[in-house]
Design a protein around this ligand. Structure first.
Ligand code: AMP
Ligand code: GLY
Length: 426
């Protein structure tokens, strides 16, 4: 297969690493990729949301599979663009069409979908500028903490959790009337606060059948002990110890099956990954959010735990024969620890040279935000790279990642030293 992978983060590096191991791969291109993905294929200068440019590249390079990493091209309709463009409509795209991507692109759409299909999730109501007063009344009827969510994509910043009622009202007004998150907060979902521990579950589906991938837990806060600002993710582990077979069965029966069936019943095709952001409330799983793609950094532990050929699975998705494909997993644990630029998730500097990468032999380094300058690797984002290791258990995997990360250096590097702290005995 001649594959074009869209994206440039750690998720894409892990997907590129995995696809490069497939005997079905003829050539892999990554657009735009990073200094890590160039070890597994050819990086190309191409903007994933410039659809006509993607089309030209696909035709010129005889691509026969497009894999979309991030949500933005999906929410903007790259898959629909392919299906409606004569010369490329036969080329399979892994990643859902625009309507299904609304599961991530609109919280209100996702909530309506879950209620329609009896999928457990927090109670909610949605408001606009014109219904601001009803929004205040709804807040008054609820107990703190108050959960306010911008309806649209807000680069991971659109969720506010507030203890104080007057603060919540102020923020609601700022989101709806003063466009705090631009267009994304022209509608706001207010929902019941759920108390519990979070985990992520991923499936790959062709729209009819599905394969469940290993579950993972990510660590979103910048500070140790899960404190401080939210980030894209500072580390991840898989498996998740509290996700025992009984709990995983509940997830499959109460959440995964109704979601895949619900999409089908609603006439919404779905080819690609579904990311279920879940919370365990006293042993019962609830959906916090859907994403229409893999998670980052969860991919950097989930994909290493996939033993099967990922291109065989993608071919199954493309040809509606996923049910006929086998899926097998690596029976080891995996952990990843993210190295970020000092200051992240607020202001930070880029362009720092990274040293020590060649000395890592017992772990995998997935680049999240890097660029290359000849042989040199430079930081090019807030999340710079993540170090994934296997272990016979999570403790061993984490220990291996932490000893590897000590060998990697760049100016003002920071990483959390407590990934897994809440689920692993130390
Ligand atoms: P989301 O973007 O919807 O995943 O929300 C971001 C984060 O806010 C989640 O990962 C949770 O930690 C938290 N969160 C969102 N919704 C709720 C809720 N209903 N109850 C408690 N925490 C929530
Ligand atoms: N790690 C969470 C996400 O990818 O959205």
């Amino acid at each position: 297969m001649r594959v074009l992978l869209l994206g440039s983060g750690g998720r894409e590096h892990a997907l590129a690493w995995k696809m490069a191991q497939s005997s079905m791969l003829e050539e892999l291109f990554i657009a735009p990729g990073n200094a890590g993905t160039r070890n597994h294929g050819k990086n190309v200068v191409l903007n994933p949301t410039d659809f006509p440019a993607v089309k030209n590249f696909v035709l010129e390079n005889e691509i026969n599979l497009v894999v979309v990493g991030p949500e933005e091209p999906l929410v903007k309709g790259i898959h629909d663009y392919f299906l409606s463009t004569e010369e490329i409509k036969h080329i399979p795209v892994i990643g859902p069409q625009r309507e299904a991507a609304q599961l991530e692109g609109s919280k209100d759409f996702a909530k309506q979908f879950m209620f329609r299909h009896n999928i457990p999730t927090a109670k909610y109501a949605t408001f606009t500028k014109d219904t601001l007063n009803q929004g205040y009344a709804f807040l008054e009827s609820m107990k703190p903490p108050y959960v306010l969510k911008a309806d649209g994509l807000a680069a991971g910043k659109g969720v506010l959790i507030l203890e104080d009622l007057s603060e919540a009202k102020k923020e609601l007004k700022s989101m709806l009337a003063d466009a705090k998150f631009g267009d994304a907060s022209s509608r706001v979902v207010i929902e019941q606060f759920l108390k519990g521990i979070e985990l992520s579950v991923f499936v790959l589906t062709d729209g009819v059948s599905y394969k469940v991938l290993p579950e993972a837990k990510d660590y979103k806060r910048i500070g140790e002990g899960d404190t401080g600002l939210n980030t894209g993710g500072m580390g991840a582990i898989s498996p998740v110890p509290f996700a025992d077979p009984t709990f995983l069965d509940k997830i499959e029966n109460q959440i995964i099956i109704p979601t895949v069936k619900g999409l089908r019943n609603d006439g919404i095709p779905y080819k690609g990954f579904i990311f279920f952001g879940l919370i365990n409330v006293k042993g019962e799983p609830y959906v916090i959010e859907y994403n229409c793609r893999m998670g980052d950094p969860e991919t950097e532990v989930v994909i290493p735990r996939l033993k099967s050929d990922i291109l065989d699975l993608f071919e199954g998705v493309a040809s509606n024969t996923l049910s006929e494909r086998d899926i097998e997993f690596v029976e080891k644990s995996a952990a990843t620890v993210m190295m970020v630029a000092g200051g992240y998730p607020e202001d930070y500097e880029k362009g720092k040279q990274i040293y020590g990468l060649n000395g890592i032999t017992e772990s995998m380094v997935f680049h999240a935000g890097t660029s290359s300058d000849g042989p040199a690797v430079l930081s090019a984002g807030g999340r710079v790279l993540t170090v994934t290791s296997y272990g016979k258990n999570l403790e061993a995997a984490l220990q291996r990642s932490y000893s590897a990360i000590e060998k990697i250096e760049f100016e003002d590097a920071y990483f959390r030293k407590d990934i897994g702290f809440d689920v692993v005995q130390s």
